[in-house]
Each structure stands twice: as C-alpha cells, then as structure tokens.
Write a protein that binds this ligand. Structure first.
Ligand code: AKG
Length: 274
C-alpha cells in the first residue's frame, strides 16, 4: 500500500501537483520505452503523429503501468476508490525538434466533469529542464482561466490552447528520473519547453484517472475499470490489451482515437489531424 500521507495530500491540494513519486523501476521504464520504440518502428501510423493516444491499448508494457497498484494507491488518495482509466497520451520530444506545450489547464478542454480526476505523468526517460520537463504554476488550480487558441506547428497540444501572462518567477520545473511520476490537478496551469538535449524525452500520461462519478460532457470516452466498481455506468467499457500490436486492439485504439479527436476539437474552428 502506497497511499499518500496527509502531508503529501496537503501539498497536492495546496499546490495542485505532487512530485516526484517513485512508482516503477528504472528497468520497467526502460522496457516500456523499448516497447514504445518498437511500436514506432513497426506501426508508425499509430505513433508518428503529434498526439500519440491510447497506445496502452496495443502495448502490454504501457497497460501494466496504467494498472499498476502503486500508482492506483496514489490516485485513490486523491479521487477515491472507484477509479476508471479514460485515455492515455505519449508526450515525446525528440532532440532538436520543435515541440513544446503551451501553458494551459486540462479541465478547460477535456470535458470531464465534475473535476474528480487526476492526471498521472510517468517518466519513461529522465525529464529535466534541459530536455523540456513539465512546468507548473503552483496554486493556479483555483479557477478556470481564459485560454487563447494559438495553433502552432511546434505546439504538442491539438488546438494550441494558451493561458497568457504566466508569472515566470513562480513556475516550478518537474524534474523526474525514469520510473518516477508526477500527478496534477485538472485545473493546474502547466506547460513545458523545448528539448535542447541530445536525447529523447518521453512522458507516458494517463489523461486521466477519473472517479466513476465523472461524465464526459463534450463527446464520448470509453473507459477501463482500474479499481473498485462503477455504479454510475456513464461510459462504455473497453477491454485491456490482448498482446503486442494485435490487430483487434489496433482497431479498437483507432476507434477510440477518433472519438478523442472529436472531444479535443469540440468548439474549435479547426478540425485537424492529431
Ligand atoms: O509532457 C508535456 O510536456 C506536457 C504534458 C501535459 O500537458 C499533460 O500531461 O497534461
């Protein structure tokens, strides 16, 4: 059992994020990275775009992380014992490639309400200031802010949603070793910079773990039960991965990603590829 202590929970509630948390071994992170890189090679259409969504549906190593009990204990501490997995994203930044994430709040565009959910960012490589780690504005989860929509080739967000006038002096870098995790609140303002190193930076993000009482108000999400029971039944249930890159799983992932695209571009003037 690795539930958060009351001090950790207090810190999460005050700051809107908590980090670093040791969740998987460096070896498990390395193996997951290798599996992701194998998928990139064999199935580039699944992961060669800006958003690499729901790869846990075709990757047993990522599936294992999503359902890891240490991670779920931490998640349970923040959202309660009935936990659903909504979707996942691989945020990959290659060396010397354009790729940043503008400051934003997830709750503004992800359609999950009420905000009884938490996002888990698991480092498959080290993540630091040089290679474009996540950056958080502590305490900014007090209310939903105005976002400008700024499409930009280098922005890893689908619609370039951006909170302006960030107080740079308050921003905290989230430094993680491979195998460590940060969690963040639906309303925390966060972003990340460019990768200026010679190595890849890979974050595997469960976006998000939701309480069973959470609805999708912008479209539809399918879910897996990660822990507990779902007496609300707001979402369709989907199965876990059956093996590495299995055809039926690839088809499921493709369908889920289509639904996700509708949510991400809901209300936007631009429907694009992601
Ligand atoms: O990985 C990044 O640089 C940004 C990730 C992010 O915005 C998120 O996990 O919500």
């Amino acid at each position: 059992m690795t539930f958060l202590s009351s001090n950790q929970l207090k810190e999460y509630n005050e700051l809107g994020f908590l980090s670093p948390l040791d969740v998987i071994s460096e070896q498990a992170a390395k193996e997951a990275r290798e599996e992701v890189e194998l998928i990139e090679k064999k199935l580039p259409s699944a992961v060669n775009n800006k958003g690499r969504y729901n790869v846990h549906l075709i990757s047993p190593k990522l599936d294992k992380i999503v359902h890891n009990s240490k991670i779920l204990d931490i998640v349970e501490s923040t959202i309660g014992k009935n936990i659903l997995v909504c979707s996942t994203t691989l945020f990959i930044k290659n060396p010397n490639e354009l790729g940043y994430v503008s400051f934003h709040q997830d709750a503004k565009y992800i359609g999950l309400e009420p905000h009884n959910w938490v996002t888990a960012w698991i480092a498959l490589t080290d993540s630091n200031e040089e290679n474009g780690c996540m950056k958080m504005w502590p305490g900014s989860h007090d209310y939903l802010r105005h976002h400008n929509q700024k499409f930009d080739k280098g922005n890893l967000l689908t619609r370039g949603q951006t909170v302006e006038n960030i107080p740079e002096h308050k921003i905290k870098n989230i430094i993680l070793k491979a195998g460590q995790m940060s969690i963040h609140h639906p309303k925390i303002v966060h972003g990340s910079g460019l990768n200026k190193s010679n190595n890849r930076r890979i974050g595997f993000v469960v976006q998000s773990y939701i309480g069973s009482n959470v609805k999708q108000v912008l479209g539809k999400n399918s879910v897996q039960i990660a822990r507990g029971i779902d007496s609300f039944n707001y979402h369709k249930k989907i199965k876990r991965v059956s093996g590495l890159m299995k055809q039926e799983d690839i088809e499921l992932m493709t369908k889920e990603n289509r639904d996700l695209q509708e949510i991400f571009y809901n209300g936007s003037e631009k429907i694009g590829q992601f």
